[in-house]
Design a binder for this molecule. Structure first.
Ligand code: AMP
Ligand code: ZN
Ligand code: ZN
Length: 403
């Protein structure tokens, strides 16, 4: 009798383990790779055999529309939270809280960890709460405190960390025992952005960077193949924004326009946030409006609704936006670099890429422009978890790319 009971118990235990095992092996994998500043049309330069392989075997969008302003941190946070910057809180790579005087900056290790700036929920928070281990080999916001706001595994950002080590780090995570193994992993490469800033979008150095990051994708795919995991893993390759060449002949000097009207400002380049001294807002706005040529100036509340850039309290009273290719700065300043980004997110030159391959994606499927805020609900759908409801992204605008 006791023997029978014991074997019944072990049978139950065995079947529970089997159920658990099959559930675990079905749990999807997603690797989200970001190629900073990889403009939509760089895919057509014939330099990217691995991205082309992904296109053939998966989904490719004509372009990926970023959010405004088309800068690195606002967009990486939009991708990972499904929100516009006015809602997720990271409105620029660097900005000031006018109430406390504190500054957020991508280069400030303590600011990037400080949760006070981040108002959205990153996908890794949503996923970890629902039982999915996450990892990040770099992503803006991934170092945030306290512990429940960052992925289980993350790396402190190190600009010069060799790319091979990053890829191999991801592959190592995938070899952890199933109970510890991350099923969502991010990976990030800056080179395409950095080289185009320095040398321009048509430079040989930029082409080499495009080929180099594609080789890293090849290394990742080959590694997955070797682990026998390639057909289990969804790889999504994205970029945060595009890039456009600039010129010392296309510069607007804001201080010359404002003359003796006292003001402070944040940012220069494609967008400038102008904060007139108390009592000078209307005067400043009047002067800027009268001078509008190759730029536009808006009171914060009148920033076009399609930019979704007026609700956050740290946005200055006046937002000045240059025509694509033009720069806003102060007189006496030199134009740095040969190309940049930050302009209107509807301009095709500011668009990035979206290429995805894996068991959850359609095969050889081409679609038009996708929006980066829709990636967060897409990730939730693939993982089979509940997204946050207070997001700007919409699953119905992107779900058709899934099988
Ligand atoms: P941008 O000025 O918009 O072109 O910003 C690009 C730069 O952002 C890159 O060259 C990196 O130095 C920086 N960056 C990207 N990811 C991170 C990160 N997770 N932490 C700190 N800095 C980063
Ligand atoms: Zn960027
Ligand atoms: Zn950049």
């Amino acid at each position: 009798m006791r023997k029978m009971l014991r074997s019944a118990v072990s049978l139950i235990l065995l079947s529970l383990t089997l159920v658990h095992f099959s559930y675990a092996s079905q749990k999807p994998y997603i690797i989200l790779v970001s190629f900073d500043g990889f403009r939509w049309d760089y895919l057509h330069r014939g330099l990217t055999p691995n991205l082309e392989r992904m296109q053939r075997n998966g989904v490719a969008a004509l372009s990926l529309q970023p959010v405004f302003p088309t800068k690195t941190f606002p967009n990486h946070l939009a991708i990972i939270t499904g929100m516009y910057p006015e809602n997720h809180g990271i409105i620029f790579n660097r900005f000031r809280d006018p109430f406390s005087g504190k500054t957020y900056s991508l280069g400030d290790a303590s600011a990037v960890r400080d949760p006070r700036w981040y108002l959205g929920e990153a996908f890794w928070e949503t996923a970890e709460r629902q039982g999915i281990v996450c990892a990040s080999y770099f992503w803006p916001g991934s170092e945030m405190r306290p512990d429940y706001r960052h992925p289980t595994f993350f790396e402190k950002y190190e600009h010069n960390r060799p790319y091979e080590i990053r890829v191999d780090g991801v592959l190592k995570w995938l070899q952890l025992p199933e109970a510890e193994r991350p099923h969502f992993i991010t990976l990030y490469f800056d080179a395409v952005d950095s080289k185009a800033h320095q040398y321009g979008t048509r430079a040989a150095e930029t082409d080499s960077a495009i080929a180099r990051v594609d080789r890293m994708l090849g290394r990742l795919i080959a590694g997955l193949e070797k682990l026998g995991m390639l057909n289990q893993v969804n790889i999504i390759a994205v970029s945060d924004h595009g890039m456009m060449d600039t010129s010392p002949r296309r510069v607007i000097y804001i201080d010359r326009i404002l003359g003796d009207t006292p003001f402070e400002f944040q940012q220069r380049g494609p967008v400038m946030m102008v904060q007139p001294k108390p009592g000078y807002r209307d005067e400043a706005l009047r002067k800027l409006r009268a001078a509008e040529k190759h730029f536009r100036a808006f009171a914060r509340e009148d920033v076009p609704a399609y930019w979704h850039f007026s609700q956050h309290p740290f946005i200055s009273e006046i937002v000045v936006v240059a025509e694509p290719g033009w720069l806003l700065q102060l007189s006496g300043e030199k134009v740095r670099g040969k190309a940049t980004h930050g302009w209107d997110n509807h301009t095709i030159n500011m668009h990035g890429i979206f290429v995805a391959m894996g068991p959850n994606f359609k095969k050889s499927y081409r679609t038009g422009t996708l929006r980066n805020i829709d990636i967060y609900p897409l990730l939730c759908k693939i993982m089979g978890i509940k997204p946050r409801q207070n997001i700007d992204g919409k699953l119905e605008r992107i779900a058709f790319i899934l099988r």
